[in-house]
Ligand binder design. Structure first.
Ligand code: HAM
Length: 415
């Protein structure tokens, strides 16, 4: 046989069970987002390359190594979106939406990053996210974080996660800190890993994010950001923390949390778990007041987060997927006509049903059990003569004869 065509590495086919778990996460996110006043939007999966390269940073890992970028037939450079925030800001600018501030958006959909695939890390993965655009005040950072907390709570995973939070200050503070980091790392240059030496040339802040063992001690002794924050930046962060504290939210102030995308300023945060091995970040976000200007838009402050659907599915315990809970089994081919009539009448009452094949009844029942179906309706000549069918509860192992005209009622009252 010729070689089987395989899917692309890190890009999965999702069948019913996975689709159901994904939809469950996305529906929960949408419900919580609506509670906080975020309304759903959808932007294209493909954007012009500069939509990502400018705000995320040419030197960020995502832009320098992970994007799927190609020229289309007209010669334009396009990129499959690696994340949702930049595309949403592009859409706000290109649709002139800044006259309707504040904008509160919820989105979900596939993202693409050419990373090394492993458990919880894919090349095509799904995110849910929210973006609050148009408010620079620290209360909106807190509101976004609280929305994230309630979302994780609704999936019963908040207990497995802890909130790490940090501030990257405003531009002035960041520039000051950056110079002090350059001085410090240059003094330790010979002891640093090669990857950190590279980062020192392009983005010294990212060294703080290094996972290399040989960098850890140097990072631990590095100057701390808090001593370089100007008073505006300090105030902003203190207020965010205060709003979390009055809501009894536990957090860890992690000064090394810089995140991988260049557009962040002030607050950054991540919810991390130790239950997913090395891919422990389930939800991450922060403030991005300068993003719009990198896309030639006006000054538009913003804050938001995104969470990986696959990681949340792995973390949550939603594994009890059931398909339609009722199946119809005609005993013989000639019972199909009556079966169809009955099924369509039930479906018109919004009762979800599956028609299994006629023939060997034991085989069909086994099929129903494998598909986690609890109730079956057996339709055969004998019962049809008296306008009855058999309704069997596979869980309890009980069955009864039911008049066809009473079937809807019987089904409505099933447990
Ligand atoms: P991010 O931290 O790059 O942030 O991604 C957010 C989440 O997407 C991660 O915490 C993780 O759960 C999931 N994720 C990322 N890469 C992968 C992957 N290769 N496979 C599976 N899951 C993955 C952003 O994307 C920002 N746009 C978040 C944001 C919104 N900031 C402000 N607003």
């Amino acid at each position: 046989m010729a070689n089987k065509i395989q899917s692309i590495r890190g890009m999965s086919d999702l069948f019913h069970q996975e689709m159901e778990s994904h939809s469950w996460v996305i529906d929960k996110a949408r419900e919580v987002a609506v509670l906080y006043g975020f309304l759903e939007v959808s932007t294209p999966i493909l954007e012009r390359t500069e939509v990502f390269s400018r705000p995320l940073g040419q030197t960020s890992d995502v832009v320098s190594k992970e994007t799927y970028t190609f020229n289309d037939r007209g010669g334009d450079s396009l990129t499959l979106r690696p994340e949702g925030t930049a595309g949403i800001m592009r859409s706000v600018i290109s649709n002139g939406k800044f006259n309707e501030l504040p904008l509160k958006f919820f989105y979900s959909g596939p993202m693409f990053r050419y990373e090394r695939p492993q458990k919880g890390r894919l090349r095509q993965f799904n995110q849910i996210g929210i973006e609050l655009i148009g408010i620079a005040e620290p209360y909106s950072d807190a509101e976004v974080i609280l929305c994230g907390i309630n979302f994780l709570k609704s999936l019963n995973v908040l207990g497995s996660c802890s909130l790490n939070i940090n501030t990257l200050g405003d531009k002035e503070s960041r520039n000051l800190y950056r110079s002090s980091l350059i001085d410090y790392f240059q003094k330790n240059h010979s002891k640093m890993s090669n990857i950190s030496k590279e980062r020192l040339k392009i983005n010294p802040l990212r060294i703080l994010d290094s996972k290399e063992t040989q960098d850890q001690e140097i990072i631990a002794q590095a100057p701390s950001f808090s001593s370089y924050l100007n008073s505006n930046s300090k105030k902003h962060f203190e207020k965010v923390l205060k709003y979390l504290e009055v809501n009894n939210i536990d957090y860890v102030h992690n000064e090394k949390l810089v995140r991988g995308l260049d557009y962040y300023c002030h607050t950054t945060f991540e919810f991390v778990t130790d239950k997913l091995g090395s891919q422990g970040t389930v939800l991450g976000g922060g403030r991005y007041d300068g993003l719009s200007e990198t896309l030639n838009g006006p000054y538009l402050p913003g804050v938001g987060f995104a969470a990986g659907v696959e990681r949340l599915v792995l973390l949550s315990e939603k594994n009890d997927n059931t398909i339609s809970s009722i199946a119809v089994i005609p005993i013989e081919e000639k019972n199909l006509e009556d079966s169809f009539k009955i099924i369509e009448r039930l479906r018109s009452q919004n009762i979800a049903l599956e028609l299994l094949n006629y023939g060997n009844i034991t085989k069909q029942i086994r099929k129903a059990i494998n598909r986690k179906i609890r109730h079956i309706i057996i339709i055969g000549d004998e019962e049809l003569k008296t306008k009855h069918v058999i309704l069997r509860d596979l869980l309890k192992g009980e069955q009864k004869l039911v008049l066809i005209e009473n079937l809807i009622n019987e089904i409505m009252n099933l447990d």
